[in-house]
Design a protein around this ligand. Structure first.
Ligand SMILES: [Zn+2]
Ligand SMILES: [Zn+2]
Length: 116
């Protein structure tokens, strides 16, 4: 597959609506912040997912004995480009080590066509 390159990237931090990427082949992808947080590609999150058998983007399973607690919706405090190949997110839960490369984001496209 050719390297993924975005034509435009919109991160809707104020509205919390997630991120929209239009790729240079005109393909479009929408990601919710919750999904992105659960798909964090850093080593720690990768390891946690491997151990719990969770796929990237799947929500963390809560222990059944715990009462559901109100959690603030996941939002990035800051989104910064990393070179020309990736984005780094600083999440409002304090997690900052995720570097999301364009290749990773494109490979994880959530549209119906790509999920098939
Ligand atoms: Zn992480
Ligand atoms: Zn797609």
């Amino acid at each position: 597959m050719p390297a993924a390159n975005p034509k435009s990237v919109k991160v809707h931090v104020t509205t919390g609506a997630g991120m929209d990427i239009e790729w240079d082949d005109a393909h479009q992808t929408h990601y919710s912040f919750q999904w992105l947080r659960d798909a964090c590609p850093c080593a720690t999150c990768n390891e946690e997912r491997e151990q719990s058998g969770r796929r990237a983007g799947e929500p963390v399973k809560q222990a059944a004995s715990l009462l559901p607690m109100y959690k603030e919706p996941v939002k990035p405090n800051e989104v910064k480009p990393v070179g020309r190949y990736a984005l780094s997110f600083s999440w409002n839960d304090g997690h900052t080590s995720g570097i999301y490369s364009w290749d990773y984001l494109r490979a994880m496209c959530q549209c119906e066509e790509c999920r098939k």
